[in-house]
Write a protein that binds this ligand. Structure first.
Ligand SMILES: Cc1cc2nc3c(=O)[nH]c(=O)nc-3n(C[C@H](O)[C@H](O)[C@H](O)COP(=O)(O)O)c2cc1C
Length: 189
């Protein structure tokens, strides 16, 4: 890992202190520590015209109360990135932690057949994005702002609709720790 220098490359006083004070942590340590951050595991729905997608996503968090904003960080090379950029909206589909099977399949572009993605039934939300019928709860957002941050873009979504589905209010939401999957840490080259 190189020592940090900020988005614009400007080194600050604290960076000089850092360089003389400690050795940088190894990639292995960075991975192990960052993987300990508890994360939800959900499906992000996106759409531009006739292109629809669902994507396994873990970097999701609320970032403002007024307006209500939920941020997701999306890899700049992902199909979902293009669909959200073009479509201007996305859905966050929270899943039952008892059924983590969909997350493997949705780690690559999904196949749409009728109103299904990878065989999972969807409906059209008020913004046009897919909402998974089996999700225990959904949050539908329009893009309020976005910012490129290194490998990813943070999309700040303004909540336009949300709700529980089926018995969702009684269910427990899927988290990263419910699977053997990992995401994050340093980029593998
Ligand atoms: C457990 C897990 C969590 C993930 N979390 C994210 C995430 O938060 N953001 C992201 O951009 N990609 C994430 N991914 C990777 C995407 O699911 C994967 O790169 C996908 O192929 C890109 O989706 P798309 O090209 O179908 O849009 C995650 C993958 C896994 C397996």
């Amino acid at each position: 890992m190189a020592w940090p220098s900020g988005a614009d490359g400007t080194k600050m006083w604290c960076c000089e202190r850092l360089e003389s004070a400690v050795a940088p942590p190894s990639d292995e340590t960075i991975n192990k520590v960052l993987w300990r951050i508890p994360n939800v595991l959900c499906l992000v729905g996106s759409r531009a015209g006739e292109e629809w997608n669902g994507m396994t996503t873990s970097w999701v968090t609320q970032v403002s109360m007024e307006p209500v904003l939920v941020a997701i960080a999306i890899d700049r090379s992902a199909l979902t990135h293009r669909l959200i950029s073009q479509g201007g909206a996305f859905s966050i589909n929270l899943w039952d932690r008892a059924d983590t099977r969909p997350f493997v399949k949705f780690s690559k572009p999904a196949t749409k057949e009728g109103m299904t993605l990878n065989g999972r039934p969807i409906r059209e939300g008020s913004t046009g994005v897919p909402i998974f019928e089996e999700a225990i709860a959904f949050i539908e957002c329009t893009v309020w702002d976005q910012r490129d941050v290194g490998t990813h873009t943070v999309f700040y979504g303004e909540l336009v609709d949300c709700g529980f589905q089926g018995e969702g209010e009684q269910a427990e939401v899927a988290r990263m720790e419910d699977t053997r999957m990992k995401y994050g840490g340093v980029k593998r080259h």
